[in-house]
Design a protein around this ligand. Structure first.
Ligand SMILES: Nc1ncnc2c1ncn2[C@@H]1O[C@H](COP(=O)(O)OP(=O)(O)OP(=O)(O)O)[C@@H](O)[C@H]1O
Length: 220
């Protein structure tokens, strides 16, 4: 199967240094690839660079096998405070980008119900997002991204502030959603336990370059 993303001979510079030189890697379709590397190596910058290129349609060094609107990025931090006014249901529904009417269509409501079920949010959908736990918030961000029907989902440190059980719950959900849909996941993480348990591949960034390792079968 053709990779969902192929990167060839890519250099990335920030004002005072070169982060990557001659990067080459391919992200396999319908698999979960973890991007790892020390703090500051350039994990988030690499992803932002690839998405910017895709937005500008200037993907000389990065070939995506899917259109821009099939890529969703879930960022690391969001300032959702206690008083955030939307409930989980309404927050997730904001993910429907192409609505023509100001209200949700029947088909959208049906899809929304499925997504809330898949992300185990159905029971708590009326809860204000500001009052939700870290794990519930993270599932709401995931659910909102799923409304766009992505084929590539990029999660930046989605489990960074979660406890053990919430981390595993989120990754198990992701894996089961991947099995039921045509979905590829890139997951930036520092967590070796999650990589060993759930990753199909690890893309390790070090010394301005990237090394791809296929994880052993049977570890997932
Ligand atoms: N626009 C910019 N101007 C200057 N420096 C930048 C810019 N963007 C990124 N950097 C620097 O590039 C390096 C890589 O940052 P990045 O956030 O991509 O690292 P990371 O691997 O995701 O780190 P972490 O694991 O801590 O999140 C950092 O040293 C950062 O300060």
């Amino acid at each position: 199967m053709q990779p969902i993303l192929e990167v060839e001979n890519l250099d990335i510079k920030v004002p005072d240094r070169t982060l990557f030189r001659n990067l080459n890697f391919a992200i396999p379709r319908n698999e979960l690839t973890c991007i790892t590397g020390e703090n500051g190596v350039g994990k988030s910058t690499l992803i932002k660079h690839l998405i910017q290129d895709l937005n500008r349609n200037s993907t000389i060094h990065a070939q995506f096998a899917i259109p821009r609107d099939k890529v969703q990025y879930v960022p690391q931090l969001r300032n959702i405070d206690d008083e955030y006014p939307l409930n989980i249901h309404d927050f997730v529904a904001l993910g429907f980008k192409h609505r023509i009417l100001p209200w949700n269509s029947k088909a959208m409501n049906q899809r929304l119900r499925e997504i809330l079920d898949e992300t185990k949010l159905a029971r708590i959908q009326a809860r204000p997002l500001g009052k939700a736990s870290g794990g519930e918030k993270q599932r709401a961000y995931l659910a909102q991204a799923l409304c766009a029907d992505p084929q590539l989902l990029i999660l930046d440190e989605a489990t960074a502030n979660l406890d053990q059980s919430a981390k595993h719950f989120l990754l198990q959900l992701l894996k089961s959603i991947m099995q039921n849909h045509d979905l590829t996941v890139i997951f930036i993480t520092h967590d070796p336990e999650l990589i060993a348990a759930y990753a199909d591949n690890e893309l390790h960034l070090e010394n301005q370059t990237a090394t791809m390792t296929k994880m052993k079968k049977g570890e997932n």
